[in-house]
Design a protein around this ligand. Structure first.
Ligand SMILES: Cc1cc2nc3c(=O)[nH]c(=O)nc-3n(C[C@H](O)[C@H](O)[C@H](O)COP(=O)(O)OP(=O)(O)OC[C@H]3O[C@@H](n4cnc5c(N)ncnc54)[C@H](O)[C@@H]3O)c2cc1C
Length: 322
């Protein structure tokens, strides 16, 4: 099998719009790759998403204009991507977002291509052509570096907000339109309609300010005060995993490895210990303030400012001066 010296990124579209995680993956691959970064985009015949996509500097866009495939299910996407590889050649790497779609399509494609896939990477780098994929392992207690030395494409998924998207002008960009992929229709499943879940103002993945509640502040008074503080700061409330036991919090508000990756300008941690599974989700937070009664709390190592003391008292005092 000949491997083409290209690194591909799957561009996810959700109801005709590019999911921003695709820009994050393109930026990361541009930063680490010495070979061309190729964005694989499937869109409607009348769409023009390649214009938007080109602002993030891919070296090439493989463009598939196909109304049916754009609205296709995961099996159809898998088959089409498999056919694309048969047609174009096997790329060195193929990266997907660790979203619902990416987590479904990437392993199906991996199985068909009989290659390796590392799911939910937190970092990526190259050693020559070998992609070194970092992910938490063994109950998320250690970070492992995983490589796929003998098979191609080397596949990985990476979570939203782990990398930061940056615009880049690339005058050398080529757009190659691919037609007649002849992908197989899924006869078992028919998608009748698609709607996006309603966007709430509480989407922590997009929040610029987050007040994060940990077990050390998990009292009615602590939660009420954190909500009140968040309101004054125009912030969104996030939680550590122990708080998802409560009715009002779910995985949507949970920050961390098995929850959401966040990238706010300001993150205030109230009674959070700083377990690796939590800090895995906050690497891109810009200013981190943490409050903990334990002066040796791990979270302080990830903080720009910290206060050793009671989270509820701290929240009350801060709220009072805002
Ligand atoms: C596979 C796996 C995936 C996981 N995924 C996640 C994840 O995505 N997100 C996540 O959060 N966890 C996750 N966890 C759980 C994680 O290991 C920790 O147990 C969790 O992050 C701890 O939450 P915490 O910091 O709120 O609680 P604790 O670790 O119990 O920490 C509470 C902290 O509050 C401090 N404290 C106590 N009282 C006060 C007070 N009055 N004022 C101020 N500070 C006080 C304590 O000193 C302590 O440091 C995962 C675990 C596993 C095994």
């Amino acid at each position: 099998m000949t491997v083409i010296k290209e690194n591909w990124v799957f561009v996810e579209t959700d109801l005709h719009k590019i999911n921003p995680v695709s820009y994050q993956l393109i930026t990361k691959m541009k930063q680490i790759s010495h070979d061309p970064v190729v964005a694989v985009l499937i869109e409607n015949n009348d769409a023009n998403l390649e214009t938007e996509l080109s602002e993030y500097g891919p070296d090439k866009i493989l463009l598939i204009k196909d109304d049916e495939l754009e609205a296709g299910d995961d099996l159809e996407l898998t088959d089409a991507l498999n056919k694309l590889i048969q047609k174009q050649g096997t790329p060195n790497t193929f990266i997907f977002p660790a979203t619902v779609v990416g987590r479904s399509v990437a392993p199906r494609l991996q199985a068909r291509l009989r290659t390796g896939l590392t799911a939910d990477c937190l970092d990526l780098k190259f050693e020559d052509d070998l992609l070194v994929q970092t992910k938490p392992s063994y109950g998320d207690n250690i970070m492992c570096e995983i490589t796929i030395p003998n098979h191609h494409p080397q596949m990985a998924t990476a979570r939203p907000n782990v990398f930061t998207a940056e615009k880049e002008n690339n005058p050398a960009l080529k757009v190659e339109e691919i037609s007649n992929l002849d992908w197989e229709k899924d006869t078992k499943l028919q998608i009748k309609s698609q709607i996006l879940p309603p966007k709430t103002s509480n989407d922590i993945t997009q929040a610029q300010r987050i007040v994060a509640l940990g077990r050390g502040d998990k009292t009615d008074a602590g939660i009420d005060m954190a909500n009140s503080l968040a309101k004054k700061l125009h912030a969104t409330v996030g939680v550590t995993r122990p708080l998802t036991d409560l009715d009002q919090y779910t995985i949507t508000e949970q920050i961390g490895q098995s929850g959401q990756t966040v990238a706010p300008d300001l993150l205030i941690n109230l009674g959070v210990s700083g377990a690796v599974q939590y800090t895995a989700g906050i690497a891109n937070a810009k200013t981190v303030v943490s409050v903990n009664t334990d002066e040796n709390a791990q979270i302080f190592k990830y903080s720009d400012y910290y206060f050793v003391g009671n989270a509820l008292e701290f929240s009350k005092a801060l709220e009072a001066i805002l």
